[in-house]
Design a protein around this ligand. Structure first.
Ligand code: AMP
Ligand code: MG
Length: 419
């Protein structure tokens, strides 16, 4: 049965703190299956296992510059004359051994020949030519081991270079490739069903009739889900009548890992999400969350598939997607997501906040010294997608935050430019 907040004494019903709601949502989510993925396709995926280096980097001692490989004992001071006996270039090592009074021409990335301990920069010698037999006069006494990158300086074969749960970025792909891997084990991308609800909605591309609006939430969430690394599954629009929502989830074209609904989450006579879920006989939480926008949120399972019921208002649904859906997808994908927060200077005054955590649509900018400055939009109506689309950050005000003046520091959540 739905768990609805009971009024506490004479005061207003208690609201569920955002962090508690998020913890409860994440509690039930885990990735299901691992699969192999080529490193060229793995950006954004989450590692299912630790990765050990197959190769050491560099695999042998190599030169960090262009110059000569010599023996330290031969060059105690400047002015020593040595005989050039060979050349070691990248990919073409010299397989001899540097003897007393000898030098080997060497280039960046080339294997250091046996017997040599320091290298000398080509600028620090005078050479009679650039062929074997030339005389090399040392103008600068070398330090022991200078300009040599020892084998394993960067990575040692067998060492763990990446741990399970890491999200693969381009630079981590470069590391895994360099260490000898071509594919890695990652968690399967979760399938996220997206269902809109409402008699007033028409599909994008059609002309709204009287009282109708274009359903924007589903396309927004589809782009959002894909950007978070999951696979969006379109479940269409459930009309405002009992059973539609259940029927559409059950007719999903693929196995779902999460269902996200928008709208119909209130308790009006035309809101059926809660009743449908109750009728499906599964566990259900109908929460009033201490946040603005986005107070009502449904959390539960439908035929054992986790479900998140977001509000219908486009901005409420988008803010809730950032706060709850993004971490939920990370949980289903084997990773975790905690939003980056920064402190910024307020550009305007703000009145004292009430008991709901406020997410103010705002513009984050930088002053000439590079310090962040944030300006909340004057209109904060949760139906106004134009204001949200123009924002690049949310000012996060805790419940009961005191009145703030322009110049005060506040916490800001920058919005991901792709979301
Ligand atoms: P509801 O929670 O169903 O009462 O919806 C709240 C508000 O959000 C109403 O004004 C709806 O028209 C609007 N809304 C609901 N679903 C969508 C949607 N998919 N796209 C755009 N607006 C929506
Ligand atoms: Mg509705």
């Amino acid at each position: 049965m739905p768990t609805r907040d009971a009024p506490a004494g004479d005061g207003p019903p208690p609201l569920l703190p955002v962090t508690d709601a998020l913890a409860r949502i994440l509690d039930a989510l885990a990735p299901s299956q691992a699969e192999s993925c080529a490193l060229r396709d793995v950006r954004g995926r989450v590692l299912a296992t630790d990765i050990a280096a197959r190769l050491s980097l560099p695999p042998a001692a190599v030169s960090a510059m262009d110059g000569y490989a010599v023996r330290a004992a031969d060059c105690p001071a400047t002015g020593t004359a040595l005989k050039r006996v060979g050349e070691s270039a990248a990919g073409r090592p010299w397989d001899g051994s540097v003897g007393a009074g000898e030098a080997v021409r060497i280039f960046t990335g080339a294997v250091v020949p046996n017997g040599a301990d320091p290298l000398i920069l080509q600028e620090d010698v005078t050479a009679t030519g650039d062929t074997d037999g030339a005389t090399i006069t040392v103008n600068e006494a070398p330090r022991d081991g200078q300009f040599i990158r020892p084998a394993g300086l960067d990575v040692t074969a067998g060492d763990i270079i990446l741990t399970a749960g890491t999200v693969m970025s381009a630079r981590l792909i470069a590391l895994a490739i360099s260490a000898g891997h071509t594919e890695v084990s990652v968690w399967r991308r979760p399938n996220v069903g997206i269902l809109s609800t409402g008699d007033e909605l028409v599909i994008p591309g059609s002309t709204p009739g009287p009282g109708q609006i274009i359903s924007s939430n589903a396309i927004y969430l589809s782009a959002f889900v894909a950007a978070c690394g999951a696979v969006p599954v379109d479940l269409g629009i459930a009309r405002d009548k009992p059973g539609e929502m259940l029927a559409r989830v059950r007719a999903a074209p693929t196995q779902l890992d999460l269902v996200v609904t928008t709208g119909g989450a209130s308790v009006g006579v035309h809101d059926h999400v809660v009743d449908d879920l109750s009728a499906s006989g599964t566990e259900l939480g109908f929460w009033k969350i201490a946040m603005r926008p986005g107070k009502p949120l449904i959390h539960g399972r439908i035929d054992d598939i986790p479900l998140l019921g977001l509000p219908g208002n486009p901005v409420s649904s988008a803010v809730c997607a950032n706060i709850f859906l993004r971490p939920a997808i990370a949980g289903l994908s084997g990773g975790n997501h905690s939003p980056q927060m920064i402190a910024a200077r307020l550009a305007v005054d703000l009145k004292a906040n009430d008991r709901r955590q406020d997410y103010l649509r705002a513009t984050l900018d930088y002053d000439p010294h590079g310090h962040p400055v944030v300006t909340p939009a004057r209109k904060q109506d949760s139906s106004m997608i134009s204001i949200y689309a123009g924002a690049n950050a949310l000012v996060v005000r805790p419940p009961h935050d005191k009145a703030r003046q322009a110049g005060d520091m506040v916490m800001v959540m920058p919005l991901d430019p792709l979301l």
